[in-house]
Design a protein around this ligand. Sequence first.
Ligand SMILES: NC(=O)c1ccc[n+]([C@@H]2O[C@H](COP(=O)([O-])OP(=O)(O)OC[C@H]3O[C@@H](n4cnc5c(N)ncnc54)[C@H](OP(=O)(O)O)[C@@H]3O)[C@@H](O)[C@H]2O)c1
Length: 321
Amino acid sequence: MTRIALFGATGFIGAACAAALFGAGHEVLPRPARRLWVDGEALAHEPRRAYRPHLARLAAELDGVEAVVNAAGVAVSAARPSPGLVGANAAWPLLLADACEQAAVPRLVHVSTAAVQGRADRLDESLRYAPVNPYARSKTLGEQLLRDAAAAGRVAVTLYRPPSVHGPGRRMTTAFAAFCQRWPLVTCGDGDQPVPVALIGNVGAAVAAILAARSAPLVVSHPYEGHTVRTLYETFAPGRPLCPLPTRAVRLLLRAAEPTGQWLPPLSAVCRRAELLLFGQGQESGWLDARSFRLPLGQPAWDEVAAAAPHRPPPGDRPTP
Ligand SMILES: NC(=O)c1ccc[n+]([C@@H]2O[C@H](COP(=O)([O-])OP(=O)(O)OC[C@H]3O[C@@H](n4cnc5c(N)ncnc54)[C@H](OP(=O)(O)O)[C@@H]3O)[C@@H](O)[C@H]2O)c1
């Protein structure tokens, strides 16, 4: 059994991590994340200035802890650039890494996101970044600061990258279910393009698997869950036909929306989601696959989540990654 401090335990992914870690026999200590407001430029030049006052107290909270999991952050893919976004997704993880060093905590697992690789043809476990919106850029900055902290030997860091995560009652899941029922199920190509999506229970299990290993690499991707555009649509709207769209025209349209998306993050987030569904995105097999990690939840669990989703869009729906 390991004593694990878990930040963001009150959130969607944090709660799943708590359940999986507890199930694996660990002692899980939920801890509140600090709210930081930091200018991106300032963070790049003097990263530690923003949070110096928090460090000693946070390190004291980690006394006797053997590992830290950070599932705290702002998970809004349509977020505008702001000091709050940078504070949550970049400055906060670095503060945590520094606190781990001060408290002699040997391991930090940080929940990052596949969005740091944006439109890369295939997701992988490299440090090649291509973020397409302010949310993904803030997560990328967080990864880069942690990468540097790890390289300085301060703490063994693992950046775990899940793609869009679905789960019971999750707004994104409910909104996707409503979309599948109401709108034509559009795709480019034959619909057999792989789509990177994850089920919340599998995300918790992946974090537990990372901590079960004596050590893990700097970057660990969530394993491919086997969905294609077609199977994802079939899960949420069984029996509805696919509507193929002309790939070239769609690409031109999405490219035309890009400049506006640069200053209108909600548009950029919608376009990115559309791209993922229309074109899919492949993925290299990664460290968890190599360790023969088995996702505990498969298609029956996806079917359950889809069946439980009310087929009405929730009011005030906010896109999430
Ligand atoms: N949901 C997805 O599909 C998805 C996909 C890929 C990656 N991720 C990443 O996973 C992490 C958690 O996402 P989630 O979906 O679980 O989000 P969530 O449900 O909103 O939970 C995030 C938690 O972070 C803490 N938090 C809230 N505002 C914060 C701030 N300004 N600064 C620091 N911490 C704050 C809160 O925990 P406390 O009140 O306990 O501190 C909150 O419960 C995020 O970093 C996100 O980028 C999410």
